[in-house]
Design a protein around this ligand. Sequence first.
Ligand code: ZN
Length: 70
Amino acid sequence: MSGTSEPQRPNPSEAPCPICSNQTFSWGRTVIEANDWLYFRQGDGFWGDGEKMTARKCLTCRNVQLFTQR
Ligand SMILES: [Zn+2]
């Protein structure tokens, strides 16, 4: 090992669109009804577990990707 600091990992939510490589997005939440959040829950999770998911929409090709909040 050399160097004193770990290389910074790129933040996937800041990567270009995988479909068209554009980088202009709008961010929002995923909504079912009543303006509630959509959650990700692991397969072995229980009721009440889960991470809120935000959505990133490419303004060029309109592809939407989901990210959990940190
Ligand atoms: Zn795109």
